[in-house]
Design a protein around this ligand. Sequence first.
Ligand code: CA
Length: 227
Amino acid sequence: MQILVVEDEPKVANALREGLEAEGYLVTLARTGEEGFFHASAHPLDLIILDVMLPGTDGIEVLQTLRKQGSRTPVLLLTAKDAIEDRVVGLDAGADDYLVKPFAFAELSARIRALLRRNKVEAEGALKIGALEVDPVRRLVAREGQRIDLTAREFDLLEYLVRNHGRVVSREMLARDVWKETARATPLDNVIDVHIARLRRKVDDPFCAKLLQTVRGVGFILGGEPQ
Ligand code: CA
């Protein structure tokens, strides 16, 4: 479970990191709103703990921008004691929960577990092929519970193959439906093959069973038993 903590006060940030790591979470710290925003945009996360009072871009702005970009990562806001307005604005901006500083770590920990549970239930719309899970909403991929990081194009390609699971998919279909390029003078075959090779390296190579097969002269098929 990956948690991003955006907090400018080093004492609070370090205490949070220590406490969360002791509970088995993987924690990244960001000291400014900008840093937090860039990290959240570039890495898959399970949860963001976001302080409202940050120098420069504050927590509310970071949250608004993330939600505008379609991020659905659960966000827990940390707000100041008397800043009721922050809580209202924060919840309106798409925060999932908030805690008022100072707070007991045990309470934070319980709130985090509740948010992660809720998110897991929502994520059950994920597509599953055997132990491969593709979540089209959060754009996350995991196999045997291990997170797999894909580029946007690799994700689109894998999602397409999963949706067409058990069927042969031709390079023409991929060019049309994934690359959305039908009017090219030169075929995309090489580009597609490179992406297939990369996908195979990430999704198949670390595992025993190979899901992605090449059907010579035709295209590709994603096999495995459906669940
Ligand atoms: Ca602060």
